[in-house]
Write a protein that binds this ligand. Structure first.
Ligand code: ADP
Ligand code: ADP
Ligand code: ZN
Length: 210
């Protein structure tokens, strides 16, 4: 199954992707995680992406499209995958089609801007494995450390309040139009993203019919 997770920054895409992956045994492909890893490693892609990411803007389409093309060619993608954070623009969605990829379902997780702002202010991520936590809503059972790999929990630079407002603006302008795009194809499933993480997972599984 090939699935797209759509939603604003902080809507819970990463959190739900982790749970869907486990259930369906397919990889989670997060362009954000790939770009952050490239940045950390100091690769040309990472260097190119840094200023956009720091400013809460999207990395140029041609850069992310190349990243996704390479990733989807890897062996673990042959039985399907969950795209978390890609596509984020209409040209990115069109690029997927041009690659001959037929998406089965698009899960759109909808959360209002006020809740997003609260969530991102409390988000903590593991600097080793990328796992996501929230200081109140979803804390690590290992306190200040990641309960999956013992890595350090950090605040993403782009989760600072000023940048979050820019990211929300970017989302509404450039990513939200994808709802109409996929609705027209008849594969959009809208899910209310507020409430217990496990309840939302149940709704996602229902939409996926798994
Ligand atoms: P979020 O928590 O906002 O969903 P991500 O980790 O998915 O965050 O993305 C972080 C940043 O990485 C984005 O603000 C953007 O700069 C860049 N990025 C990730 N995916 C894409 C994409 N598909 N197109 C352009 N930029 C992207
Ligand atoms: P995205 O990948 O869409 O940016 P995340 O999965 O990283 O979103 O979630 C953003 C933040 O909100 C994280 O700190 C996460 O722990 C928290 N979170 C995720 N789902 C929920 C939920 N249903 N209720 C409250 N907080 C949540
Ligand atoms: Zn970890």
């Amino acid at each position: 199954m090939k699935i797209i997770l759509l939603g604003a920054p902080g809507a819970g895409k990463g959190t739900q992707a982790e749970l869907i992956c486990k259930k369906l045994n397919i990889p989670q492909i997060s362009t954000g995680n790939i770009i952050r890893a490239a940045l950390k490693a100091g690769t040309p892609v990472g260097l190119k992406a840094k200023s956009f990411m720091d400013a809460g803007k999207l990395v140029p389409d041609e850069v992310v499209i190349e990243i996704i093309q390479e990733r989807l060619a890897e062996a673990d993608c042959k039985n399907g995958y969950i795209l978390d954070g890609f596509p984020r623009t209409i040209p990115q969605a069109e690029a997927l089609e041009k690659m001959g990829i037929a998406i089965d379902k698009v899960i759109d997780i909808v959360v209002d801007d006020a809740e997003i702002t609260e969530r991102l202010s409390g988000r903590r991520v593991c600097d080793k494995c990328g796992a996501t936590f929230h200081i109140k809503n979803n804390p690590s059972t290992a306190g200040e450390k990641c309960d999956k790999c013992d890595g350090n929990l950090i605040i993403r630079k782009d989760d600072m309040p000023e940048t979050v407002q820019d990211r929300l603006k970017t989302y509404h302008e450039q990513t939200e139009p994808l709802e109409g795009y996929y609705n027209n194809k008849g594969i959009l499933h809208t899910i209310v993203g507020k409430g217990d993480i496990s309840d939302i997972t149940a709704h996602v599984f229902k939409a996926l019919e798994v």
